[in-house]
Design a protein around this ligand. Structure first.
Ligand code: SF4
Length: 384
């Protein structure tokens, strides 16, 4: 099935200071300079548009990081203009910018809005200053609340707030308090992810030394359940395992990932995926800024790890990405995509998971149960 639309992802790998749990491609030491980097991004977009087998029209654009709010609004405007010129960015496209509350002002937020950004994703993570310090964040809870108010005043009517649960020393009461605080602000979207300790981070070293007091599995599961209960009671729709939205405010960009649509990533460390040639192909850019820049200076796309997918992996991916959405997947769509039924490919695993109460079939729909949402990793592992 030909899909001539794409999501665009732009990675900004610079941060004021590296957070202690962070494994994203980002640096607080910017040898390249942010303006030079922005010029490289535009170059990459131009070269990529020139080599696509068929033109793609962009429906969403997402500036993620790192800290995209370190970019001047004029540079963000340049990226949006190039996306419009090279990828026919839909005039009604969702255009998101991730912002660190410690880096925005009334003027910068007004500038982003004027440049065409229509959705802001604020990395708040916690409303407790002690916890923010423990995470190595550069902002306070008061600054986060102020950034939210300033964004509303700048005209943002679609604001997401990111929180993390399962933090060192956190108990269920503390997490419940964070949820109550976020609901008071009434953002349009809330992402609530559990902390994962990633290799190579200061948190991983602390964990190895036995110095990171994380909540045990039972408490972590209770936090997960509490999130769904409290946010649903506050009229947020849990449309994905860790994502909640007021009506009409689901992240269109992220849904492209979960529905296995095309996405093109630009910038150091960015990932891309195209559905054609079937069953899909993926690649990524190098994390290293020097390698990324040198390649583009020679007019060569910096992509590495170009991997055509094999049918079996693509089928598993379709299933576990789609099941992240709480409305689940349609069996008919699987058949249309891969020419085989779900029962033929994953029949035994599906029966086992349904019998265990982790998945449920409703007509042509297959979705996670409430228990399946909590134990989603176990469900997804069954298809690999
Ligand atoms: S602000 Fe985000 S990307 Fe930057 S170091 Fe912190 S967690 Fe990582």
């Amino acid at each position: 099935m030909m899909d001539d639309t794409t999501a665009l992802y732009i990675h900004i790998p610079f941060c004021v200071r590296k957070c202690l749990y962070c494994a994203f491609t980002s640096t607080d030491d910017a040898p390249l300079g942010i303006e030079k980097y922005a010029a490289l991004l535009l170059r990459e977009m131009e070269v990529r548009a020139g080599v696509l087998a068929h033109p793609l029209g962009a429906t969403t654009l997402y500036l993620g990081g790192g800290t995209p709010s370190l970019l001047e609004p004029s540079l963000v405007g340049n990226v949006i203009e190039e996306a419009s010129r090279l990828f026919r960015l839909d005039p009604l496209a969702e255009i998101t910018l991730e912002a660190n509350p410690g880096t925005v002002t009334a003027a910068s937020l007004a500038g982003y809005r004027a440049a065409g950004v229509n959705r802001l994703s604020l990395g708040v993570q916690s409303f407790d200053d002690r916890m923010l310090a423990r995470l190595g964040r550069v902002h306070t809870a008061r600054e986060a609340r102020e950034a939210f108010a300033l964004a509303r005043r700048a005209g943002f009517d679609n604001i997401g707030i990111d929180l993390i649960h399962g933090l060192p020393g956190q108990d269920i009461n503390h997490w419940r308090e964070q949820l109550r605080e976020v609901v008071k602000l009434r953002p349009d979207h809330i992402s609530a992810y559990g902390l994962t300790v990633e290799e190579g981070t200061p948190f991983a070293r602390l964990e190895d030394q036995g110095a990171l007091m994380l909540p045990d599995e039972e408490v972590a599961a209770a936090m997960f359940e509490e999130t769904a209960e409290l946010l649903t009671a506050a009229s947020y729709d849990q449309y994905e395992i860790a994502n909640f939205a007021l009506p009409g405010c689901r992240s269109r960009h992220n849904q492209v990932y979960w529905r296995r649509g095309n996405y093109l990533g630009f910038g150091a460390g960015a990932h891309s995926f195209l559905r054609e040639p079937h069953p899909g192909i993926r690649w990524r850019n190098p994390d290293d800024l020097g390698t990324y820049g040198c390649s583009l200076a020679e007019g060569v796309l910096p992509e590495i790890d170009r991997t055509p997918l094999v049918q079996r992996d693509a089928m598993a991916e379709w299933l576990f990405l789609g099941l992240r959405m709480l409305e689940g997947v349609e069996e008919e769509r699987f058949r249309a995509e891969f020419g085989a039924s779900l029962a033929e490919v994953h029949g035994a695993a599906l029966e086992r998971l349904c019998a265990a109460g982790l998945l449920i079939r409703e007509g042509e729909h297959l979705r996670l149960t409430r228990r399946g949402v909590i134990l989603s990793n176990r469900v997804f592992g069954a298809f690999l």
